[in-house]
Every structure is written in structure tokens, then in C-alpha cells.
Design a protein around this ligand. Structure first.
Ligand code: 5GP
Length: 215
């Protein structure tokens, strides 16, 4: 919808928590970036991590980079909605921005692994919509990893092994999207978001609307 377009009826709704997971190399980051660019009602949940910042990453945009000690402090003070150890580093979702967004009816995108997805699904089942992005074949996944590989064959082998473990959790997600074509996978994710926003149980404003309609 164009920014200036005004609708006759606006229905108040709760925000949704869009959780996207995939093995490394399946295209999750590109899809997430495209969703955020195309959808002004969606914002990114910026995780905290103990991983070292990559040169291309910006503090506060891609992650909040923290020490292990600071991570422990956040975890122990219940400031993280979920957390997990992934590939030897710690990652967690700050609680407060999510709670504010949900109460204001804004949507948030979470680029997190299956462990985090499970925790959010357990804690906020009504708000979470989860999507697992799958590669079309393991050969394709491997060549994507090779293409963007920083280094050695054993690193790629580890990633492939981790990919198999991550993929084993695909059934725990609401949707599975196969990324054999980026445009099509992106379009599928957009459809899911649009349909989920229209769910009756998410649109509490429908009660007022129908009362007024029938009055
Ligand atoms: P990377 O280090 O490549 O940015 O991310 C490694 C993995 O950690 C990715 O699968 C990513 O989705 C996951 N991840 C990033 N942030 C979080 C988080 O806050 N919680 C959890 N559980 N996983 C995360």
C-alpha cells in the first residue's frame, strides 16, 4: 500500500513476531533484508552476541556486540527473551524492544536459530509466525557455501554438518519455504506475512468494527 493511501477502515491488531531460520547458505539473510526493505511495518530485532564483529557489520544495526560478561549479566537479569549458543558464540534477543513493539501493534522479524525459535514459540505462541527456509538441494547449499567461503574445506564441512542438524528441525516451524528461486521465496514470505496479519485472533479491532457495523 502506498504511504499516502488512507483506508476507509483501519483495524487495530497485535504485532506479529516473524521468526526466520535456515541453515547457513540457504538465503535467509537476503530474504530477511528484502522483507525489511519492502515492508515498513516490519522492524528487525537486533540481537546481542558475543561473536566478533565482521568488518561489514555495524554495531546496533546488525548486532549489539557484547563481552561474555555483559552477556551473562543480561541473561541473569532476565533481559533476554531467548538465548542460545550457536557455533561456539552466544546470541540472545533483547526483551524490551519486542514487548514494546508487540503492545504497539508493530511487527518484528527475528533472524534466529532453531533453539531461539523454540523458546519464542513456547513463550509467545500466539504472536510467533515461524518460517524455515530450505535450500533446493544439499549440492546447491554446498556450492553457495563455497561461493561465499572465507576459507578451508573443513570450515565448509562443519557448516554442512551444522546445516543438517538445523534442517532436522524444519517441522517445528509453521511454514517451510524452499529457496530455489529468490524472488519466489521472497514472494512466499510476503504472502505468509500478509495472511497472518489478517488472522481474526490477531485483529482485536474487529470486535469494535463489527459492533459499529451492526449498530
Ligand atoms: P551469524 O554469526 O552468522 O550472524 O549467526 C549465526 C546463527 O545465529 C544464525 O543462524 C542466526 O540466525 C543465529 N542467531 C542470530 N541471533 C540470534 C539470537 O538472538 N538468538 C538465537 N537463538 N540465534 C541467533
Amino acid at each position: 500500500m502506498a504511504a499516502t493511501e488512507k483506508r476507509l477502515v483501519e483495524i487495530a491488531r497485535r504485532g506479529l513476531m516473524l521468526v526466520i531460520s535456515s541453515p547457513s547458505g540457504a538465503g535467509k539473510s537476503t530474504i530477511a533484508r528484502n522483507v525489511l526493505e519492502a515492508d515498513r511495518d516490519m522492524s528487525l530485532s537486533v540481537s546481542v552476541t558475543t561473536r566478533e564483529r565482521r568488518p561489514s557489520e555495524i554495531e546496533g544495526v546488525h548486532y549489539h556486540f557484547v563481552s561474555r560478561k555483559e552477556f551473562e549479566r543480561l541473561k541473569n537479569s532476565d533481559s533476554l527473551l531467548e538465548w542460545a549458543e550457536v557455533h561456539g558464540n552466544f546470541y540472545g534477543t533483547p526483551r524490551e524492544p519486542v514487548e514494546v513493539a508487540m503492545s504497539e501493534g508493530r511487527d518484528m522479524l527475528f533472524d534466529i536459530d532453531w533453539q531461539g525459535a523454540q523458546q519464542l514459540q513456547d513463550k509467545m505462541p500466539a504472536d510467533v509466525v515461524s518460517i524455515f527456509i530450505l535450500p533446493p538441494t544439499m549440492t546447491e547449499l554446498q556450492s553457495r557455501l563455497n561461493r561465499r567461503a572465507e576459507d578451508k574445506a573443513e570450515v565448509i564441512a562443519t557448516r554442512l554438518k551444522n546445516a543438517r542438524e538445523e534442517i532436522a528441525h524444519w517441522r517445528e516451524y509453521d511454514y517451510g519455504v524452499i529457496n530455489d528461486d529468490l524472488d519466489r521465496a521472497f514472494a512466499s514470505v510476503r504472502c505468509i506475512v500478509e495472511a497472518e496479519r489478517l488472522r481474526r485472533d490477531r485483529r482485536h479491532g474487529m470486535f469494535d468494527f463489527v459492533s459499529t457495523l451492526l449498530a
